[in-house]
Design a protein. Structure first.
Length: 467
């Protein structure tokens, strides 16, 4: 299974000034597999310490001397370690968060040793840590489920991936290729990007096997939280997980989850789920400038689940539900298409970025309006609408573009790519329409469509605005 994260890690590994790496991501997104593959591909010796499996391993790191720690590891595992030819992998480090403090000493006193730490519930440890975090002595990498591009490679469609990566907005896409790519994207939407589910689908082509894996993953997330049962009623976590499919695309209102439960307990449960990266909030932002989160409304948000495949399994969707139409927006009232776009928008940023998700809405008695997502491209705000068919209602987008006077907007739909100039009263902008399977190419297609000025004008509030 080829992961694009391996290429990023290889670059990090070859950097003479590298710092210890902390890999963050939800359980079962492929963190451990990726590190093992990195060692295999590069021929490096892998010293893997799993703090859940090796219950006394933390004692090996009880001092601040990297040389002594390596002697402890050599004795414990009966191996010889050459620092410049080895990768020290500290897995499930959230079980022993104090070990994180030793990364500083590896960075300062043994930089020739590549050190990687990973943990699926690391945010819990970082929130309540009582140790000195090695600020400035570590770097982070954020892992998501597999992207659609990774799915094409995994499913032996590398030539199709090469095609979409080399296609510009004005290059015609033959109808046969377009329908083939939409069919594959429908498969990806159904199966999702969790490695175990995709591997099973490609090898067995059994939706029942995929659904079993999805349901087992959901159960494993629930079991993870059982250790926090002293903090929260586990049934509140179940309330949220069961409600997620019907919450997609809607403003988060806790009474929609369970009207018989106080919102405070549901809010606490949701915070646990977001810290574990099982779901993510999509924050309402003004869209006045960058960074987008500078004017985010923490009380107005929507939710995106970790993986669209987990959602489709909960909904009981089958492949014919998706293959019978080329328009994903006809499935579950369009929430599946909006969700998968949100999931993939998190994969288009560099691995060192923990990508926030933002949207825009205006609540008024006579003119409610909403834009599905806002992203930052260089110094510009780019609105993204997920629409059905060739057009769909564009009133909200026209209103947003008029208010913000931006030069470019993006529409994601099931049609071949196109670019048009929108000319309305007091509104003039370029509209870039892309099929779902080209979301991964978003940044370079935006760059090829319009050249943005490099000037950034600060907002009055002290944040940065549009040029």
């Amino acid at each position: 299974m080829t992961r694009s994260a391996i290429t990023y890690l290889k670059t990090w590994l070859n950097n003479s000034k590298r710092l210890p790496m902390i890999v963050r991501g939800a359980r079962q997104v492929g963190k451990t597999y990726t590190v093992r593959e990195l060692a295999k591909i590069t021929g490096m010796q892998l010293i893997e310490v799993n703090f859940e499996r090796h219950i006394h391993a933390a004692s090996l790191f009880s001092c601040n001397d990297p040389k002594r720690i390596l002697l402890n590891l050599e004795a414990h595992f009966s191996i010889s370690i050459k620092p410049n030819q080895s990768i020290l992998f500290l897995d499930e480090i959230q079980s022993e968060p104090d070990v994180l403090a030793t990364l500083r000493w590896f960075a300062e006193e043994m930089p020739e040793l590549a050190v990687i730490a990973a943990g699926s519930l690391l945010d819990f440890a970082l929130e309540k840590h009582q140790f000195s975090m090695p600020v400035g002595r570590v770097t982070y990498m954020y892992m998501q489920p597999l992207s659609f591009e990774e799915y094409l490679t995994l499913s032996s469609h590398q030539k199709l991936l090469d095609f979409i990566e080399s296609t510009n907005i004005h290059d015609p896409i033959p109808e046969g290729i377009h329908h083939q790519l939409m069919g594959l994207f429908n498969e990806y939407t159904l199966v999702g990007g969790m490695p175990a589910a995709l591997h099973s689908w490609i090898n067995q082509r059994s939706l029942s096997a995929v659904q079993t894996i999805h349901l087992d993953l959901l159960a494993s997330y629930r079991n993870d939280f059982s250790k926090y049962s002293g903090k929260i009623d586990i049934s509140r976590l179940d309330d949220i997980l069961l409600a997620l499919p019907r919450l997609l695309g809607k403003k988060l209102v806790y009474s929609y989850i369970n009207p018989d439960v106080k919102s405070a307990s549901l809010k606490k449960a949701l915070e646990l789920l977001t810290k574990a990266r099982v779901c993510q909030k999509v924050y309402a932002c003004s869209g006045n400038g960058i960074p987008l989160m500078a004017e985010a409304n923490a009380k107005n948000n929507k939710l995106v689940f970790l993986d669209t495949g987990l959602i489709t399994s909960q909904l009981g969707l089958m492949l014919h539900d998706l293959q019978s139409t080329q328009d994903l927006n006809l499935i579950n009232n369009g929430t599946i298409s909006e969700h998968v776009v949100g999931q993939l928008l998190q994969t288009i940023e560099p691995f060192y970025v923990d990508p926030p998700l933002c949207y825009w809405n205006r609540e008024a008695k006579s003119s409610n309006a909403e834009i599905d997502y806002l992203i930052q491209h260089k110094n510009q705000v780019i609105p993204i609408e997920v629409k059905s068919g060739k057009s769909g209602s564009m009133k909200s987008l026209h209103l947003f573009m008029k208010e913000k006077t931006l030069p470019l907007a993006v529409r994601i739909n099931s049609e071949p790519p196109s670019e048009v100039t929108v000319n309305l009263e007091h509104t003039h902008y370029q509209l870039l329409s892309l099929p779902f399977y080209m979301i991964g190419q978003l940044h370079h297609l935006i760059e090829n469509t319009i050249k943005f000025p490099n000037v950034v004008i600060p907002l009055k509030s002290g944040t940065q605005g549009n040029a």
